[in-house]
Design a protein around this ligand. Structure first.
Ligand SMILES: [Zn+2]
Length: 60
């Protein structure tokens, strides 16, 4: 198994980590109720997907 020959300097590790970025979640609005919902996922507030009811949301 390959093993690093030398310890990587703080600078080298930090230079690599400059490319690490947080992923922004994509949010679209539900076609049925207009609430913010993720694309390709059933709406969390009304349970519709592509304009049709897919899942039943429990009433509080
Ligand atoms: Zn909805």
């Amino acid at each position: 198994m390959a093993v690093p020959k030398r310890r990587m300097s703080k600078m080298k590790g930090r230079q690599r980590r400059t490319h690490y970025t947080a992923v922004t979640a994509t949010v679209a609005s539900c076609r049925h109720c207009g609430a913010p919902a993720r694309p390709h996922f059933a709406c969390p507030s009304c349970g519709h997907y592509r304009g049709r009811p897919i899942i039943t949301i429990a009433e509080r």
